[in-house]
Design a protein around this ligand. Structure first.
Ligand SMILES: Nc1ncnc2c1ncn2[C@@H]1O[C@H](COP(=O)(O)OP(=O)(O)OP(=O)(O)O)[C@@H](O)[C@H]1O
Ligand code: SF4
Ligand SMILES: [Mg+2]
Length: 368
């Protein structure tokens, strides 16, 4: 964890999304409905900052990633990158230029590299596309430098390997090297370590923090794993049913989660994927409605402290303390866990224990 100030406090923002919304039309001609994958998201990513984005399956994390990567067009809202709106990038050339500044790294390291070619092929091709100033010898040297940066040494030997000769962790390092080929300011990483063995994850998290600290790269790091978010990220953004429900400095949120859903996520560590129904007291209500949703808090059917207002008024994201925002009408009253009566510190120590467990599990630092 770095001690970077929040971007809001300094105005030092690399990316800012305002009112970011993405709807999908679903159903046939006579049963057309609107799925609200992301609604009114307010999000910032600072320079040299790792922002973790967490939330249960279907909460809208990958949709946010694709919006930030200009894969999807927003239904509404704007994304500002280095102070300029992405909506102003109308030509294909401008959009490609942005994508090279903010490439994506995907979950599956086995599908993102062409299995037919040696590692050198993809890297040299990316460099030819993104770094036209380099000649053939310059591209070769740069490809080897990138492999060294991502911890694959001796680089010359890795250049000659085929993907099938490498482990999942090594392939994901190649994914990062490919992303770095365009000298990006931001890498959008959608669950980059979730398919890897626990023993290999820590090395890739270390790589992300090294790239932040030494290569000035920021990350949007999507994860279900709050322990890994705590290990690597500076700030945490929590989504539920298309809404950002809480965001702020990660240590502060993990120590004092103020949204009932964030508390639930913490309480489900070490398995935040566990269905809510597995948690005592959390089995109430229907799943959130994101197709033609009605106003009100989308968490209300599951929330043990809901009041009448929660059914009619969508809670806006409000600032509770510097850089810490929560979308809950009752956030000021949420101190102890609304689920177990445990204090936030106890919930957080549950998370810390899981972190310790996973750290000791990982203590033999992987070389993959
Ligand atoms: N292209 C699409 N067309 C229709 N619906 C979509 C599309 N992409 C996403 N959705 C829907 O949007 C919602 C959010 O999906 P998204 O993939 O962003 O969730 P997620 O948080 O990344 O989930 P997971 O953790 O499972 O990856 C889901 O209800 C999903 O079914
Ligand atoms: S706004 Fe209401 S329903 Fe939603 S989390 Fe807060 S108290 Fe619960
Ligand atoms: Mg996803």
């Amino acid at each position: 964890m770095s001690e970077h100030p929040t971007p809001d406090a300094t105005g030092d923002v690399l990316l800012r999304a305002t009112g970011l919304t993405r709807h999908f039309q679903i159903g046939g001609a006579f049963s057309r409905r609107t799925l609200h994958a992301v609604d009114e998201a307010e999000l910032t990513i600072g320079h040299n900052e790792i922002v973790a984005l967490a939330g249960e399956s279907g909460s809208g994390k990958s949709t946010v990633a694709r919006l930030l990567a200009m894969v999807y067009k927003p239904t509404a809202g704007e994304i500002w990158f280095d102070g300029k709106p992405l909506s102003g990038r109308r030509s294909r050339k401008d959009q490609l230029a942005y994508r090279s500044q903010a490439p994506m790294v995907f979950q599956d390291p086995f599908s993102s590299i062409n299995p037919v070619y040696r590692i050198s092929h993809g890297l040299l091709r990316s460099l030819k596309l993104h770094r036209p100033e380099l000649d053939a010898a310059g591209r070769e040297a740069e490809a080897e430098r990138l492999l060294t940066t991502v911890g694959l040494t001796p680089a010359a030997a890795y250049m000659q390997k085929y993907p099938y000769e490498m482990s999942g962790g090594q392939r994901q390092r190649i994914g990062f090297a490919q992303a770095l080929a365009s000298n990006p300011k931001l890498i959008i990483a959608d669950e980059p370590v979730s398919m890897l063995d626990a023993s290999i994850r820590i090395g890739l998290l270390n790589l992300m923090t090294e790239l932040r600290d030494k290569s000035n790269v920021s990350f949007l790091y999507i994860t279900h794993d709050l322990a890994s978010a705590r290990y690597a990220a500076d700030r945490l953004v929590v989504m539920y049913a298309g809404h950002i429900v809480e965001q702020g400095p990660i240590e502060e949120i993990l120590a004092e989660p103020r949204h009932p859903y964030t508390q639930l996520l913490l309480a489900t560590v070490p398995d935040p994927r566990a269905p809510l129904s597995e948690l005592a007291g959390a089995d109430r209500g229907e799943p959130p409605r994101v197709v033609d949703p009605v106003p009100g808090c989308r968490f209300r059917a599951r929330c043990p402290i809901a009041v009448a207002e929660c059914a009619t008024v969508t809670p806006p994201l409000r600032q509770l303390s510097e850089g810490h925002q929560v979308a809950c009408h009752r956030a000021e009253t949420v101190t102890d866990s609304v689920w177990t009566g445990h204090t936030s510190k106890e919930l957080s120590s549950n998370e810390a224990h899981s972190n310790e467990a996973s750290s000791s599990e990982h203590s033999s630092k992987e070389s993959a």
